[in-house]
Design a binder for this molecule. Structure first.
Ligand code: SAH
Length: 298
């Protein structure tokens, strides 16, 4: 039964020599897929080489992917793309074993084996199976946690939303820090289940409400909003598309934390939100990813 609930995922991986080319490829791929069809990640290696991984919800046409990547990065890169399928059980087995805890302000994200390393003045978030994105090791998650830590020093939001919750890491962080309720949503049913399980594991099961939805397309957003704080660590294009529905669900002077964008994509996202009255306060860059702190001025 569980195997039908945890489908396998197709993956394409390749390496690129320069940051500029990597960004061009990421942009090209992001433009070519509808939201929810593909998740694209680019990481800079210590040698300056960029590793790009694309996860597809449905098995992609390999020739078209090669052609798309070839146009942006050249034939050699396109030829060297490897395609594989990740079986659901491999995802489930992936744990944070061996990964060091990640600190971000008051927060520390850790696996169960590092539970004892959480200091009394730290707020631990235990994330076990890396079944969904969001172990805290990614620059975008850390950027969001740092901005969340910063915001909560002087602000106590009542209605909180974590859009694209993945493992639930940001929702759990906010719920624990505020001892308050958080709505956590994801387009991916597997992420929703993982987030729910992780919230329970972290003693925040009754604070974090998880729902499956694409963007703001569920009645819960209107029921639980308007929000005083929205965390959305997704990708540049879906974030831009969500600017209008997001603004509609914001309370006066709401704080918005956006992440999942590469620095060259940041201006486009900032402009889309500015047009809806959401203004940039702070722009963090971590490991080649941008995180934005914004405030609703309407
Ligand atoms: N919030 C987590 C996970 C970020 S990964 C963290 O900070 O670590 C981005 C998540 O957004 C994925 O789980 C993906 O399934 C989800 N997502 C992508 N497009 C979405 C959309 N249109 N609506 C809701 N969730 C979406």
């Amino acid at each position: 039964m569980t195997s039908t609930l945890t489908p396998s995922t197709s993956r394409a991986s390749f390496a690129i020599g320069s940051e500029q080319t990597a960004k061009r490829v990421v942009d090209r791929l992001t433009e070519s897929f509808f939201e929810g069809q593909a998740a694209i990640a680019a990481f800079e290696g210590p040698d300056g080489r960029w590793d790009v991984t694309v996860h597809f919800t449905e098995s992609p046409d390999q020739d078209s992917i090669r052609e798309l990547v070839g146009l942006a990065a050249g034939d050699e890169v396109a030829r060297d793309i490897t395609f594989d399928t990740i079986e659901a059980k491999d995802w489930v087995k992936t744990t944070l074993e061996g990964l060091v805890p990640v600190r971000a302000g008051r927060f520390i994200v850790h696996g169960s084996h590092d539970r004892s390393k959480v200091a009394p003045n730290q707020l631990g978030i235990e994330i076990e199976a890396a079944l969904a994105f969001g172990t805290g090791h990614h620059g975008t998650t850390r950027g969001c946690l740092l901005l969340l830590d910063h915001v909560l020093r002087a602000y106590r939001p009542r209605r909180v939303l974590d859009l694209g919750t993945g493992t639930g890491v940001l929702a759990i962080a906010a719920a624990k820090a505020l001892q308050g309720k958080v709505l956590a949503s994801d387009i991916d049913p597997l992420s929703v289940r993982t987030a729910r399980e992780n919230a329970r594991l972290n003693g925040a099961g009754n604070l974090v409400q998880t729902i499956q939805a694409s963007g703001f397309s569920a009645p819960e957003f209107a029921d639980r909003g308007p929000f005083d704080l929205v965390l959305a660590n997704i990708l540049a294009n879906p974030l831009k598309q969500m600017a209008t529905p997001m603004a509609r669900h914001l309370a006066r002077s709401a704080v918005v934390i956006l992440s999942g964008l590469l620095p060259p994509q940041a201006n486009g996202v900032i402009a889309a939100y500015r047009a809806r009255g959401v203004m940039l306060l702070k722009h963090l860059q971590i490991e080649g990813w941008s995180s934005l702190l914004m405030r609703y001025t309407r």
